[in-house]
Design a protein around this ligand. Sequence first.
Ligand code: SAH
Length: 229
Amino acid sequence: MTRFFLILILLTFSNFLVAQDVFEKARTSMVNGQIKSRGIKDENTLKAFMNVERHKFVPDRLINSSYSDRPLPIGYGQTISQPYIVAYMTEIIQPKPTDKVLEIGTGSGYQAAILAEIIEQVYTIEIIPQLAESAGDLLKELGYKNISVKQGDGYFGWEEHAPFDAIIVTAAAEHIPPPLIEQLKDGGKMIIPVGSPFLTQQLMLVEKDNEKIKTKSMMPVRFVPFTRE
Ligand code: SAH
C-alpha cells in the first residue's frame, strides 16, 4: 500500500516537472519568436518575460494557449493582452529599477507582474471588483510585495501615490484622462490606447517635458473599452 502511494506521488511529481518544462519551452519560444524578433531589445523587459509564468494568469481551460501570439479572454468580457503588446508597452516607458509606475486596467495582473520584475513599485487599478480581487490574490500568492492593487475607476489615477515616473493604460479611452496627465512626473511617459471602443485605436505615447505635453501615435491597436463607474 505504502509503495503504491509512493509511486503515485513520484508519478504526480514527474508529471509536474514535465509540465513545467513544457511551459518553460513555450515561454522561451514566445520571447524569441514573438518579442525579440519584432524588435524588443530592452534586457530587463526580456528577462521579465522569461520570469513571469504567463500560464498562471489565464483561465485553466486556456492554459495550453497561454503562450500564443494573441490576447485571451479572462472573463467579464475582458482580455489579457497579446504578449508582444505587453512587451511593447513595457519597453516604451523605459522602466528603471527605481521607478514608480501606475497601471490602469489590472485585468489578469500579468502586465503588473512584468513591471514588478523590473521596477520598485507598481500601483494598479481595476474597475471590475472580481478581477481586482482575483488579480490581487494571485499576485500575492506569487510573492509580489511591490504591487498595490486597488478597485476603482482609473480615470482619476491614484493621487496619494502621485507623481508617477510612468503610466500604462491597458483599456482604450476616448480621450486622455486629464488627472493622469496631472499625475505624471515631469520627464515621465504615459502609454495609452486612444479611440472609439470596438474600432481600431491608436497607441499614443504622451511625454511631459517642462510641463509641456507631447503626444505621438505609435501604432494601431485594439483594446477593450475604458469604462466609467
Ligand atoms: N493589463 C491587463 C489587461 C486587462 S484588459 C492584463 O495584463 O491582463 C483591460 C482592463 O481594464 C479590464 O480588466 C477592464 O476591466 C479594465 N478597465 C476598463 N476601464 C477601467 C477603468 N476606468 N479603471 C480601471 N480599470 C478599467
